[in-house]
Design a protein around this ligand. Structure first.
Ligand code: FES
Length: 354
């Protein structure tokens, strides 16, 4: 606020000793007077041309790095095979193309941002200015001029007289967004029944996710949580992430007498129950097991499932129980699936059947 406006406020609104009538001492000066802007402190770049040159070189270097990163982005797009997998700490195994595109684009954008910030902080003028607030609406003269110009433009375009042009133009403008809608088709092939099925099928062995070895009943100890995946699924497979995201399994051994749900008991083997590891809320891996209560907890939003009672939800936002996989033991003594899950795993979706 300017000095003038403060003076006006002080004159008009501060109570005088006579006005308040309580004998209080009136404050003569505005207690909230605008202290004004602090004096301008020149930066090193304002007084030393060599420092300014240095800053200029830093900004130019950042912009050049951005250009190189953009060229790297284009080169990666052309040269890196789409199915190449690399190991990057701490992310683990990821697609080389995604990594290269993400890194180069990230560096390109970061360098532009960093260059602009450094430029603004060191070389652009840093004088503070005050711009008084003014009315948002335009002056009547300005409004009248705009309307006049608009009417003149409409008249000169002959839009009113040339109805054929007017109609076809509106038609073209109405249709052009359709091309965007058609492009949505390119978002990928329709999922088909991929959301409903997993890699599990009758006779597929349960393989320990850590050791990659087929599991026997004696490998599953009471009170422990074992993670399993279907045999034949390899970490190097191109679609490993998609498949494991649906087929991930957790195994727990319970006392058969503790199992309350009859179907759960029928689908288990000697108290070993197999459930989908994918939370039915928004798909986090469920992984915290309380052996005393047989509750398993999802770390994302604390949905809790009771593994001794059909994995029904006893707490949290998950909408339904974890799907159970029916298992048994084959003639060689290994745990095997008796089929696929009977319902889609993971979060609910609009075509969900169960
Ligand atoms: S994803 Fe498991 S509770 Fe939200």
């Amino acid at each position: 606020m300017s000095e003038t406006s403060h003076e006006n406020v002080s004159e008009k609104h501060l109570p005088s000793e006579q006005e308040n009538g309580h004998g209080a001492v009136a404050v003569a000066d505005d207690p909230f007077a605008d202290p004004g802007l602090p004096p301008h402190e020149p930066r090193i770049q304002d007084i030393d041309e060599r420092a300014a040159k240095r800053s200029e070189r830093v900004v130019a270097m950042l912009f050049t790095a951005s250009m190189l990163a953009t060229l790297g982005f284009i080169a990666s797009f052309v040269l890196v095979p789409v199915d190449k997998i690399i190991y990057v700490w701490p992310a683990g195994r990821i697609g080389a193309l995604n990594f290269a595109l993400g890194m180069t684009l990230g560096v390109a954008l970061f360098c532009i941002g960093a260059g602009a910030v450094h430029w603004a902080r060191t070389l652009m003028s840093d004088h503070e200015l005050v711009d008084e607030r003014h009315a948002i609406s335009a002056e009547p003269d300005t409004k009248a001029k705009v309307m006049e110009d608009f009417a003149q433009g409409a008249k000169e375009s002959a839009l009113g007289r040339r109805s054929l042009i007017r109609k076809t133009m509106f038609g073209a403008l109405a249709l052009v967004p359709l091309s965007g809608v058609v492009l949505l088709r390119d978002l990928g092939p329709l999922p088909g029944d991929k959301l409903v099925h997993t890699l599990w099928s009758k006779g597929k062995l349960l393989v320990n996710e850590n050791t990659q070895q087929p599991l026997r009943p004696e490998d599953i100890g009471v009170g422990s949580l074992t993670f399993a995946m279907p045999e034949g699924l390899e970490e190097d497979d191109e679609d490993f992430q998609q498949q494991i995201a649906k087929a991930a399994l957790m195994l727990v051994r319970l006392e058969p007498d503790d199992i309350k749900d009859k179907r759960e008991l029928d689908w288990s083997h000697e108290g070993i129950v197999a459930y989908s590891k994918i939370c039915t809320h928004v798909g986090c891996p469920v992984s915290l097991y309380e052996q005393q209560t047989h509750h398993v907890l999802c770390p994302c939003h604390q949905s809790t499932f009771d593994l001794s009672d059909g994995a029904r939800v006893i707490f949290g936002p998950a909408g339904h129980a974890l799907p159970q996989l029916k298992i048994s033991v084959n003639k060689d003594g290994f745990l095997e699936a008796q089929g696929d899950f009977e319902e889609p795993v993971g979060p609910a979706y609009w075509e969900r059947r169960a």
